[in-house]
Design a protein around this ligand. Structure first.
Ligand SMILES: [Zn+2]
Length: 364
């Protein structure tokens, strides 16, 4: 029955609605994947990074719901596609990822998941070039349960650990030095879990993803957790597959209405906060949410950066910019005079898609 409904939906959409299903040798449904025209278009626009995780089981058919989630231009969750799977073995995930690959116009450059061994095994078989990253929040949520209760209550330790793990501005060497200093200071070299997390540091620590475009978007909150919570709110125990699909469509309508409202809100001209010309340009160019983030960087330029040195090498100005928010760390910004190309070695623009305070300081 559900397959017939999906077939009709595809026909009505003139084949822009995509679905695939898998069956076992007895003809039982073991996998269902679908995405519509809007989901496919959203992935085409916002598909720099992809979060993929199994969530809850739909009750009656006992299949696992697996949404494919990204971040839109308002930094809200956007669901590109979804799958229902009968089990959580790597072959099932491989099938779902393969269906996603056949549905969409490009493979994801970066995929973020929880620590699921079956997905870890499936990913390189479908997307060998995609960077696989583990959800930082998912790992850090376990920290207090893996250390002594007294250390878990030690505010200084927790602050040091969080600063070391969450900082976007540390290089690989700096992260490793800071981590090892903490381990030594608190005598944690025998902690097996921390040792394991250090061994897999290249799979979750920001320093190792600095060159991945827009990789900063999927670390700020756990996209899978919020996506799980969002869809679970619509789910009812005892739902049939057809019921589930109806509720899913309602959830998607709601998500898209919020996006439409965000787009509308961003169309209104909002007053420039600082009154600077660059701020006014930002207010025209960015969505409301992004504009406030950009202004934060512009304001931080005046309050927290200082140009220590400037030199001209051929066509490129080199600025050394000191950042008081990061304990006086110095970043090098290169501004090419011929075309005004700006690059800061903090890589903020690559990670987040808008300029950092160091770049704004150099453009002043
Ligand atoms: Zn920078």
């Amino acid at each position: 029955m559900i397959l017939e409904k999906l077939r009709l939906k595809r026909e009505a959409s003139k084949n822009t609605f995509f679905y695939e299903h898998g069956v076992d040798k007895d003809g039982h449904l073991i996998g269902l994947f679908w995405s519509d025209a809007i989901g496919r278009r959203n992935y085409s626009v916002f598909g720099d990074t992809l979060s993929f995780n199994p969530t809850f089981r739909t009750n009656k058919c006992n299949m696992v719901f697996d949404p494919f989630t990204g971040v839109d231009n308002h930094w809200s969750n956007v669901t590109f596609a979804s799958a229902l799977l009968a089990n959580e073995c790597h072959t099932s995930f491989e099938w779902a990822l393969g269906a996603f690959d056949r549905c969409m116009d490009h493979p994801p450059p970066c995929v973020i998941t929880d620590q699921c061994l079956a997905i870890k095994k499936a990913l390189p078989n479908v997307w060998p070039l995609a960077k696989h990253r583990l959800c930082m929040r998912h790992i850090m949520n376990k920290l207090t349960g893996k250390i002594s209760p007294s250390l878990a209550c030690d505010k200084v330790f927790m602050k040091q650990m969080k600063a070391c793990v969450w900082s976007d501005y540390l290089t690989e060497d700096e992260f490793e030095q800071n981590w090892n200093a903490i381990i030594e200071e608190y005598q944690l070299s025998d902690n097996g879990w921390l040792n394991d997390m250090y061994t897999i540091r290249k799979e979750w620590i920001p320093a190792y993803f600095n060159d991945v475009s827009m990789a900063g978007l999927l670390r700020t909150t756990s996209r899978s957790e919020s996506s799980n919570f969002y869809f679970q709110h619509f789910h009812r125990s005892g739902d049939t597959l057809v019921d589930f699909m109806k509720r899913y469509d309602s959830a998607m309508d709601r998500q898209r209405n919020i996006n439409a409202q965000n787009n509308k809100d961003s169309e209104f001209k909002f007053n420039s906060i600082t009154g600077l010309k660059i701020d006014k340009d930002a207010s025209r160019l960015y969505t409301r949410h992004l504009y406030y983030l950009v202004v934060e960087e512009i304001e931080a330029t005046w309050h927290h950066t200082r140009i220590d040195d400037m030199s001209l090498v051929n066509d490129v100005k080199h600025f050394k910019v000191k950042d008081s928010l990061l304990n006086g760390k110095v970043f090098v910004v290169k501004v090419r005079l011929s075309d005004h190309d700006v690059q800061c070695d903090c890589k903020h623009y690559t990670r987040r898609g808008y300029l950092c305070r160091h770049a704004f300081a150099s453009l002043h």
